[in-house]
Design a protein around this ligand. Structure first.
Ligand SMILES: NC(=O)c1ccc[n+]([C@@H]2O[C@H](COP(=O)([O-])OP(=O)(O)OC[C@H]3O[C@@H](n4cnc5c(N)ncnc54)[C@H](O)[C@@H]3O)[C@@H](O)[C@H]2O)c1
Length: 282
C-alpha cells in the first residue's frame, strides 16, 4: 500500500510497546487509527498523548482472545471510520515457560491471545478489507521466536503459528488486493515481561511462581535485562509503516538472530541430506 494517508488501521495491543509504536507511526503518516487493547487506563493515556499531535485516533477496549469482544471492536471501527484498510494483529503475552513448568491455563492463555486472536482477526477483518475494493494490508506480530525455538515453548508454538498463517495467507490474499507481512522482532523495550498484568480471570493460574535462584532464574534475568535495554518500539513502528508501504513479507527489527536462523536452515538441510538419493517405499 503505497498511499497510507487517509486510510484506516485497526491495531491490537496498541496501548503499550510495539503496538503503540505502530499506532503512532501510522497515525503520523496520516492513517486514522483505532487502537484496541484490554488495558483501559493505558489505552486512554495512549489516546490522550497521541491526540496532542493532532492525529485522528480512537480507542476500543477488547480482550482479543474473546471472539465476541473482537467482533464488537471491528463493528466499532466501522461505525467510527466507515472502512478499514490495515489490520495489525499485535496483542501478545509472554506466557508459557520451559518444559516442566507447563500448565493448561498457561497454554490456553498464550495460544488464545498470541495465535487464536490473530486467526479470528484475519477471519473478521479480511472480508471488511476486501469489501471496499481499495485494497489493504495485514501485519501480524510474531517474533524471532516464531523462527527459532528455545526457552518458552508455548510462546514459540504460538509465534510459529503466526508465521505459518502469514506465509500461507500471503499467496492467498495477494489476488484479493491484500498484502500480508509478519513482524519478527528481536528484543524490544516494552512491558512484555509484565504480561501478567492483563491476565483475564478465566486464565487464572496461567502464571506460576518463578524460581528465585538456579539456571531458570538466571535465564529469566538475562531476558529481562535484554528487554529493558531493547530496541525502541517507536523505531519498530516506523519499520512496520515501511513494511506496509513496500509489502515486505518479513519485517525484522535487527539481524542479531540471523545466524541462529541460518543454523536452523542448515539443520533442516542436513535432514534432507541424510535421505538424499534413497527411493521412498510406496
Ligand atoms: N518486546 C519484545 O521483545 C518482543 C519480541 C518479539 C515479539 N514481541 C511481540 O510483540 C507484541 C507486542 O508486545 P510488546 O512487547 O509491545 O508488549 P507490551 O506488554 O508492552 O504490549 C502488549 C499489549 O497487548 C495488550 N494485551 C495483552 N493481552 C491482551 C488481550 N487479551 N486483548 C487485547 N490486548 C491485550 C497489553 O495490554 C499491551 O498493551 C506481542 O505479540 C509480543 O509477543 C515482543
Amino acid at each position: 500500500m503505497k498511499e497510507l494517508a487517509g486510510k484506516t488501521a485497526f491495531v491490537t495491543g496498541a496501548a503499550s510497546g510495539i503496538g503503540l509504536g505502530i499506532a503512532t507511526a501510522l497515525a503520523q503518516a496520516g492513517v486514522k487509527v483505532m487502537l484496541c487493547d484490554i488495558e483501559e487506563k493505558a489505552l486512554s493515556t495512549a489516546l490522550e498523548q497521541l491526540r496532542l499531535t493532532n492525529v485522528d485516533v480512537e480507542g476500543v477496549k477488547a480482550d482479543v482472545s474473546l471472539k465476541v469482544e473482537l467482533r464488537s471492536a471491528a463493528e466499532a471501527t466501522i461505525a467510527r471510520y466507515g472502512k478499514v484498510h490495515i489490520l495489525v494483529n499485535n496483542a501478545g503475552v509472554g506466557g508459557g515457560g520451559p518444559y516442566g513448568t507447563w500448565t493448561e491455563a498457561a497454554w490456553d492463555w498464550t495460544l488464545g491471545v498470541n495465535l487464536m486472536a490473530v486467526i479470528w482477526g484475519i477471519e473478521m477483518f479480511g472480508p471488511l478489507i476486501e469489501q471496499h475494493g481499495d485494497g489493504g494490508h495485514i501485519v501480524s506480530t510474531a517474533s524471532i521466536a516464531g523462527l527459532i525455538s528455545s526457552g518458552s515453548i508455548p510462546y514459540n508454538v504460538s509465534k510459529y503459528g503466526v508465521v505459518a498463517l502469514s506465509e500461507g495467507l500471503r499467496g492467498e490474499l495477494a489476488p484479493r488486493g491484500i498484502g500480508v507481512s509478519v513482524l519478527c522482532p528481536g528484543f524490544i523495550r516494552t512491558q512484555i515481561l509484565n504480561s501478567a498484568r492483563n491476565i483475564p480471570k478465566r486464565f487464572e493460574g496461567a502464571v506460576g511462581r518463578m524460581p528465585t535462584s538456579g539456571p531458570l532464574a538466571e535465564r529469566v534475568k538475562q531476558v529481562r535485562d535484554r528487554v529493558s535495554q531493547g530496541i525502541d518500539p517507536t523505531y519498530v513502528g516506523e519499520l512496520v509503516r515501511e513494511g506496509i508501504e513496500n509489502d515486505w513479507p518479513y519485517i525484522f527489527t535487527d539481524a542479531e538472530f540471523e545466524p541462529y536462523i541460518e543454523a536452523r536452515f542448515a539443520a533442516i538441510k542436513k535432514g534432507f541430506d541424510q535421505i538424499r538419493g534413497r527411493r521412498p517405499k510406496h
